[in-house]
Design a protein around this ligand. Structure first.
Ligand code: PLP
Length: 205
């Protein structure tokens, strides 16, 4: 739900900005056209499936072209960006997609970065994504449902550097929020280090 709210908030932010820069006469003409912009949302292939659901619930159309005969064309929706060997979203590919979408007349809206993927605990390059968002005027959201509360641990905090640059953050109290106060020793030595690539839970910590 927090990720869904971030998508809605990003869209509202974009619409408000547009309204402020488009002259009233032009706005009236545009209202007549009533054409919704083809928004694009970017996240990594490792992102939680709720991101896809959030984008769909917000009414942002699917990233797949349904045309069967026509050549594949770019349409709005969710772009899942490939990750590197470190399981983090590739910044080069992200930038490539944003540039291609702008050239195709679509509206890049927001990037959803992962702060702890469910499978391997990968944390995207948050400062790098923040810089791209600033450059292309995108909303920067961090899905920290799993990992954002790692900032409470001095061991994990450096991995989350850049999270403070986000326009919005989703995090769940019902995950680490319940573990930290109850078992501080465990949280530092065993659980939170799962967010670090050094951890191998199968062998214990
Ligand atoms: C990384 C991540 N993102 C999003 C969610 C969805 O969170 P919620 O069910 O609180 O909306 C979860 C839940 O497990 C998650 O682990």
């Amino acid at each position: 739900m927090a990720n869904f709210m971030a998508v809605l908030t990003a869209r509202r932010w974009f619409e408000d900005r547009q309204a402020a820069i488009v002259a009233p006469a032009e706005a009236e003409a545009e209202e007549e056209e009533e054409r919704a912009p083809a928004y694009v949302v970017y996240t990594s292939v490792g992102a939680h499936r709720c991101i896809q659901q959030a984008v769909a619930m917000a009414g942002i159309q699917s990233g797949r072209s349904t045309a069967t005969r026509r050549p594949r064309r770019r349409v709005g929706g969710l772009r899942k960006i490939a990750v590197g060997v470190d399981y983090r979203m590739s910044l080069a590919l992200l930038e490539e997609e944003i540039v291609a979408d702008l050239a195709a007349g679509l509206v890049p809206l927001l990037v959803v970065a992962a702060a702890g993927t469910v499978d391997v605990g990968a944390i995207d390059d948050l400062p790098g994504i923040a810089r791209l968002c600033e450059r292309f005027h995108l909303w920067f959201h961090v899905d920290g449902a799993y990992g954002a509360l790692g900032v409470l641990s001095s061991h994990v905090r450096p991995l989350l550097s850049g999270i403070e640059l986000a326009h919005s953050i989703a995090f769940d109290f019902h995950k680490w929020g319940q573990v930290l106060p109850a078992r501080p020793a465990l949280s530092h030595s065993a659980c939170l280090c799962r967010l670090s690539s050094r951890c191998n839970m199968t062998q214990g910590c």
